[in-house]
Every structure is written in C-alpha cells, then in structure tokens.
Design a protein around this ligand. Structure first.
Ligand code: FES
Length: 170
C-alpha cells in the first residue's frame, strides 16, 4: 500500500541514496506518517520497499526514539532525564508530569489517547533543563507550572478540533 500510495515520494527519496537499503529511515517516516506508528505490517512494507529483511527494519525502528513502536498519543512528550538534566531537577519534573497526566511507566498514554509521556536520553539542551520535546519541538527551562500551561493549551486545541464552534443563527 505504501509503495503505491507514496510512489512519487519514495522515488524522490531513492534518488538521494546509493541504494534502496540506505533509504530505510526516511521510508520509515512515511510509514509512521501513514499509520501513526509502526505496526508489523508497516515494518514488512518498508522492508519490501527497501529490499531488507523485516528483522533489520524492526531493529532500526527500535533503536531510534523518533520511531513509534506502539500507538502513541496525539502529543508525544519526551522529557530528558539524562545526567545533566537530572542535576537540574528533571527526575522530579518527570514525576510531577506523570502525576499531572495520570500516567506511569507501564501506561504512558493518557486514557483519552491525547498525551504520551516518555523519558529519553540527552537531546542536546542540557543547560536549559528541565526540558520537554513535544512532537519534536523543544520547550526549555520548564517547571511543572509552565508544563501544565502547555498541556492545557494542547488539550484545548484537541477539544476545539473535536467541538468546533457552531455558527450562530439569528
Ligand atoms: S542531558 Fe538532558 S538534554 Fe542533555
């Protein structure tokens, strides 16, 4: 399905690489865009497109944090808890976020499917911790109140999309 639906994009990507195997990462992005995450069917399709074994594709997808191996929330929150950030309170910040969102390590996605919270290793913003990445955009020098305000704003966006303002008839 990906091969047909995204044939033009895939051809453009292939043109940038010496062989199809080397293009696996951008093709994985296309699959993730289509499915929202990388189920086995998507892995199989990417493997077929890139002339790789599905096991090889799965191991690449599993290695990098930007690929989703499970369904995630609409807003994917990454908090760095690596050493430099930990020294600036990132662990405590992470636990406060868990409490605020009602998630934990086992169940990292909110019940309404809007937010997924994960901790990650260094994202290169060590001097601006605590920091959080939301759908790959950085938010730095945070505290729990600033993070709660961001979360409220994102939740309002989701609610607005679900319940668009109705026209007023006079
Ligand atoms: S240690 Fe957290 S961004 Fe570098």
């Amino acid at each position: 399905m990906l091969a047909e639906k995204y044939a033009e994009r895939i051809e453009k990507i292939f043109a940038k690489y010496p062989d199809k195997r080397s293009a696996v990462m951008p093709i994985l992005y296309i699959a993730q865009e289509e499915y929202g995450w990388l189920p086995q069917d998507a892995i199989n399709e990417v493997a077929a497109i890139c002339n790789l074994d599905p096991t090889q594709v799965k191991s690449i997808a599993g290695f990098y944090t930007m690929y989703r191996e499970r369904p995630k929330g609409k807003f994917w929150l990454h908090v760095c808890t690596d050493l430099a950030c930990a020294l600036r309170g990132a662990d405590e910040f992470y636990h406060q976020l868990e409490e605020h969102l009602g998630v934990d390590h086992e169940n990292d996605t909110t019940a309404d499917g809007v937010f997924t919270l994960e901790h990650v290793m260094c994202l290169g913003a060590c001097d601006r911790a605590p920091m959080m990445q939301c759908n790959f955009h950085f938010h730095e020098n945070l505290d729990i109140d600033k993070a709660k305000a961001l979360i409220a704003q994102w939740r309002a966006e989701v609610n607005a999309a679900l319940n668009p303002p109705q026209p007023e008839f006079t």
